[in-house]
Design a protein around this ligand. Sequence first.
Ligand code: HSE
Length: 438
Amino acid sequence: MKPVNIGLLGLGTVGQGVANILVRNATEIERRAGRGIQVKLASVRKQGKNLAGTLGIETTGDPQAIVNDPEIDIVCEMMGGEQPALDLIMTAIKQGKHVITANKALIAIHGNEIFEAARQHGVIVAFEPAVAGGIPIIKAVREGLSANRIDWLAGIINGTGNFILSEMAAKGRDFSDVLAEAQALGYAEADPEFDVEGIDAAHKLTILASIAFGIPLQFDAVFTEGISKILPEDVTFAEELGYRIKHLGIARRRTDGIELRVHPTLIPENQLIANVNGVMNAVLVQSDAVGQTMYYGPGAGSEPTGSSVVADIVDVVRALTTDPGHRVPHLAFQFDALSDQPVLKPDEFESAYYLRLEAEDKPGVMASIMGIFGALGISIEAILQKEPSNPDAQDSTVPVILLTRTVREGLVKDAIKQISALDSVIGQISMLRVESLN
Ligand code: HSE
């Protein structure tokens, strides 16, 4: 049978990974797909300064040439960014081409309209490479767990952020030094703020929550907090209490709505996911029939992400002759069965909390702090009082670290407000969320 022609929008880190895999594993891939797969054309930003020649791929500086080429059946978008990627994908869909995209921002923000257009034109839009790089997490949640009611999922879904936190914790390295290394290795986004402020993780969480719970994509509803304000002492105190700090994306279904949140989180050190280090990603899923499952692997990089692109190409090739109405739904649930459930506000989140404050070292201070928690009905799990921060001063102060039991976030914020108002408490109170993940 004639090989299937694909077009690559972008021949950067991921595009080159795809091209390499397709050449190296051509025979195995053809045995799986049932047809040969050949790259007909790739678009590049800078003509001449790429590996297209060594990969034997014809290139163009005009991406429109790919989405308008009648001989190309499948378009793989690996350019990133909102435009022109969105327009190119919409054009490809309208031309009846199947699309594979690694662009998590695009799916998280414009996915609802993209999938609607794909449905109208009877084409597939696949996006495995958009979440957790090389881990086949979309397939696992959308297809492998389709017997289950999924209760929650929690993931380390940004490799750069995890690399930074891991290096800082293990080697005491400087934040910017580790970030520069992640950029050089090709893990970081063009704008690294996307990584360290949690925006990239929020894009991925939006997609995971949608396929886990059958809700529309709603990136704007995700609560997002980054890792740039984590202090080395928080890492140390967390360790003393038996926890590691990880940047988690959490989607949890409750009876009154859904929590969608990305933030630094203390996790018990004996949890498998607390030991996921470096650029590796992991997603832990709690569902009713199977219980907990965890998916681990490289969350970024040329061939790991390329592996997910090629897996999607194989899926599309296998489905080329199938009736569009009988394919796997883009967002796991049939399009008319997606249900819009309320997304809960941060004050409604339920979690345990780590608080760090600086208090005067004198009798009665702890009692007044405890009195505030008691009056609000907040139970305390652990208290750690450290050596005086300024032992030689007349009014010495001590760092106090408190862990609460699970409570509504609004109540904890009330407690913080009241404790901050005490004369014996100095400066700002730091708050981090704690999840047992049981
Ligand atoms: N910047 C992303 C990360 C790349 O570090 O995980 C993969 O999406």
